[in-house]
Design a protein around this ligand. Structure first.
Ligand SMILES: *Cc1c(COP(=O)(O)O)cnc(C)c1O
Length: 501
């Protein structure tokens, strides 16, 4: 790490080496007596050192705490990653999920000992179905992309039941779609057919009509879309794809913007995943596993994967077996129980009116940033209001030699995690900013002031200093292409690494 101190540490932040470099195999955190009566292990004797780092407990602890200090976190400041909804995770959720009855559950426990957990899952399902106006739900998918896969497998199963799977191979997806959409469609055995956008960043309805045909299995549409815009023709799109015999998969990653305001079921959606870690405040990325439950229309509900929760009298049960033709299981057990607890805690503490307020405030905050930043950054679809995220690009900065990546790196020095960059792909040099509902006006203003100052600096022909950023982050600019193409995934002791080269 290149820092200008003798120790490599800086400003109360200790240097962090690889744990292998910190560790010494001769050291250990436990001190056990030598086993009595075991002198020879014979064939079981170890032939080479294990090469795992030996550390005392405080050393191991310090290593990971130091690493954590190198990272930006949602609990440190505004995290404007568009399309990701990096929102505050209320501590109440964390308190509830640590209750022994939830935290110490084992998935193989007999159901008479897990009635509370099953009731919680049933309640969560009830909230999801009520909010979305849908007929069925699968809780078990473990992330948004896994939920997409579940939804597309249900569409596949429904087509198979109709005897039309061979004929219907094409899935329509707008050019602005998140990369997981086409990947999922292909993984589920379909072919992807891209539909263009109009000048307002929405699906081009006339082009969409031309793509329809009796070989279309489904449309995959994100709404609000990845440009942060509501698709005003969503109902027409649903009706058209249904009339053509296909299904409507909605990518619900942006549900945070409309929860409590619009029921996807009323828009004609047949399947939609809900990222609990985006809309319902469960931890995200490094903070914990996500969860991507999928809601289904009447047409698809019976193809939902096991397990299903049923209530007989006042007893809850899990139906483990699938009837023929259904999607199989999506995972070994019942999904991310900890996320179910957190999501339901979030829903119940907000109430239905509070969830609606979440959507309204998220949209208001994004529009506030759009209004403040629009005079300084080009907003390609900024004529009207946006939904929960505001889209900018670098077209008015590139003439000064400053690009989106430079703004992102400069933000690191200013104490902010960058916004989403270069996505959606339909906008060259995109910067997608999602503040979320939990940021105050003061915090939004602080961020806007920084962004405006950066834009002014960029226009002051300061490109060279931008290219030297970040200067204050733990790392300078990395060779990201090389990291992606030639990743070093395994640590080797230095001598062995040298020998290999
Ligand atoms: C986040 C996201 C996904 C994928 O969700 P994961 O939980 O990360 O798998 C899909 N589509 C859109 C639009 C997203 O923002």
């Amino acid at each position: 790490m290149s820092v200008e101190t003798t120790s490599g540490s800086r400003g109360l932040l200790q240097r962090v080496d690889l744990i292998f470099e910190d560790g010494d195999p001769r050291r250990t955190g436990v001190d056990l007596p030598a086993p009595k009566g075991v002198s020879k292990l014979g064939a079981l004797e170890r032939k080479a050192p294990l090469e795992i780092p030996g550390l005392k407990e405080p050393e191991a602890l310090r290593h990971y705490v130091r690493l954590s200090q190198r990272n930006y976190a949602i609990d440190l400041g505004l995290f404007p990653l568009g399309s990701c909804t990096m929102k505050h995770n209320p501590r109440l959720n964390e308190k509830v999920v640590r209750l022994e009855g939830f935290a110490d559950l084992h998935p193989l426990q007999p159901t008479e000992t897990t009635q509370g957990a099953l009731e919680l899952m049933d309640q969560l399902a009830h909230w999801l179905l009520t909010l979305t106006g849908m007929a069925g739900v699968a809780l078990s998918p473990k992330a948004g992309a896994h939920g997409e896969f579940c939804g597309m497998l249900a569409i596949r199963a429904a087509l198979e039941a109709r005897g039309e799977l061979d004929k219907r191979r094409r899935v329509l997806a707008p050019v602005s779609a998140h990369g997981t959409n086409p990947s999922t469609a292909v993984a589920a055995g379909f072919i992807v057919d891209e539909v263009g956008a109009d000048a307002r960043g929405r699906v081009d309805l006339e082009a969409f009509k031309k793509h329809l045909g009796d070989d279309v299995a489904a449309v995959m549409l994100t709404n609000p879309n990845t440009c942060g815009l509501f698709e005003p023709d969503v109902k027409a799109i649903a009706d058209l794809v249904h009339a053509a015999g296909g299904y409507f998969y909605c990518d619900g990653a942006n549900y945070n913007a409309i929860v409590g305001r619009v029921r996807p079921g009323d828009l004609g959606v047949d399947a939609m995943h809900i990222n609990l870690h985006k809309t319902f405040s469960t931890p995200h990325g490094g903070g914990g596993p996500g969860a991507g439950p999928v809601v289904f229309s009447e047409a698809l509900a019976r193809f939902a994967p096991a397990p299903k929760i049923v209530k007989a009298g006042d007893r809850f049960d899990l139906i483990e077996a699938n009837e023929p033709g259904h999607v199989g299981r999506m995972c070994a057990f019942h999904g991310q129980m900890g996320m179910y607890v957190r999501a339901l805690a979030y829903m119940m503490s907000h109430g239905a009116d509070g969830l609606r307020q979440v959507a309204e405030d998220a949209v208001l905050n994004a529009n506030y940033l759009l209004a403040r930043l629009k005079p300084h950054f080009n907003a390609p679809f900024g004529d009207g209001p946006c939904m929960h995220e505001a889209l900018f690009d670098d077209s008015n900065l590139r003439t000064h030699g400053v690009e989106t990546i430079d703004i992102a790196k400069a933000l690191l020095d200013e104490g902010y995690h960058p916004m989403t960059t270069y996505f959606p792909l339909v906008v060259h040099g995109a910067m997608l900013v999602e503040p979320t509902e939990t940021e105050s006006k003061a915090e939004l203003d602080r961020f806007a002031d920084v962004m405006i100052a950066l834009a002014k600096r960029a226009k002051g022909n300061d490109a060279a200093s931008f290219k030297a950023q970040p200067r204050l982050a733990p790392m300078r600019r990395l060779d990201e292409t090389r990291a992606a193409r030639q990743p070093k995934l395994r640590w080797k002791p230095e001598a062995a690494a040298r020998a290999a080269e």
